[in-house]
Ligand binder design. Sequence first.
Ligand code: SAM
Ligand code: SF4
Length: 331
Amino acid sequence: MSSTANLIDDYGRKVEYLRLSVTDRCNFRCIYCMSENMTFLSRKENLSAEELYDISKVFVGLGITKIRLTGGEPLVRPGILDLISSLSDLQGLDELTLTTNGALLKKFAKPLKDAGISRINISLDTLQRPRFRELSRTGELDQVLDGIEAVQRANFKNTKINAVILAGYNDDEICDLADFAIRRDLNISYIEEMPLGSITSHKRNHTELSSKVIRKKLETRYKLSDTNYQTGGPSRYVSLKNSKTKIGFISPISENFCSGCNRVRLTSDGQLLSCLGNTASIDLKTIIRKYPRNPDVLTRVLRTAVKNKPEKHHFNLNRTDILRFMNATGG
Ligand code: SAM
Ligand code: SF4
């Protein structure tokens, strides 16, 4: 690919990774992600499958090699498998991956594999049934455990668990979650909670727990070694003796990782976010609806958007500067 096909920002960062939110809807209401009563977008407000495909195609032509489908819960979007099949055919795309809460994977694992998903991240914050209900508000742990089994039966490799750790809610399960991952030959990343969206269930500065503390807890049970292992995302990984499991830390609060950021996000209603932790966005939906099937216009807009990507986020757990919830952002 020629260098003119690259998306490079003013800080010299090359953007190669698109997180595509295909819906803001979800069958869970996780307390750190959403408020209890949410209003979701209408079908018309969301990008159609054709619009998602057209935008993705232009991105891939500009050097995006990895797309992760997310949401909301991507598997609740009607027609998701057809969308995946069409995206997986894009020439130049190396990886099409998925982040899911896992509740629908029992039904979807095999069709996802057949449609072209290469890797799956599954969110799992607790292994205790009542606590799972408390954290997700509407979810059932057993559905997710069945989903994980289905993914492994469908022969997906490098499946990863994502666990958001909240002090006082699930920090006593840090080692148990690692044990689970090790027993099942899964990778696992621990995520620091970000102050996205205004919530009432807890104060984010009360539940803050840094990756450093999480790592210390893990070290009471395991011997961890730093690695250079990378999957293109923000996790920093360590390995364990006598295990294939990699343990990752995603530390947006305690350790700003923006200097290595290679990502942009597209919300389900077509807002391009060149930074998760900034309010600026570009309304690609209006552009694509005004200039349908016009890759030249989109190309110009995408180049400018990436060029102006903010240098870094400025998260502060004492404030909610960004009112957009994570389900609308596309995690
Ligand atoms: N519904 C899918 C799921 O839960 O995996 C995909 C979307 S979800 C928004 C993507 C990831 O963002 C999940 O791993 C979730 O735990 C994480 N997440 C949600 N809200 C967050 C927050 N405020 N801070 C940090 N991570 C968050
Ligand atoms: Fe839904 Fe994922 Fe947000 Fe939980 S984290 S409410 S599963 S979008």
